[in-house]
Design a protein around this ligand. Structure first.
Ligand SMILES: [Zn+2]
Length: 61
């Protein structure tokens, strides 16, 4: 395994981590029940994805 020749300095480490940020998750509205949901995932509220039911959630009416 490759071994670093020099120890990473505090300044170098801190400069690298200036770009390390937490981003907020992208949330969209469900077309079926108009609840907020994550894109490319079945809705956790109504179980719909792409206009058709994928699964029936436990506590759905
Ligand atoms: Zn929904």
């Amino acid at each position: 395994m490759a071994l670093p020749k020099r120890k990473t300095s505090k300044a170098r480490k801190r400069k690298r981590r200036t770009h390390w940020k937490l981003s907020a998750p992208n949330v969209i509205e469900c077309k079926q029940c108009h609840q907020p949901k994550l894109p490319h995932r079945a809705c956790p509220n109504c179980g719909y994805y792409k206009g058709r039911p994928v699964y029936i959630p436990k506590d759905y009416q």
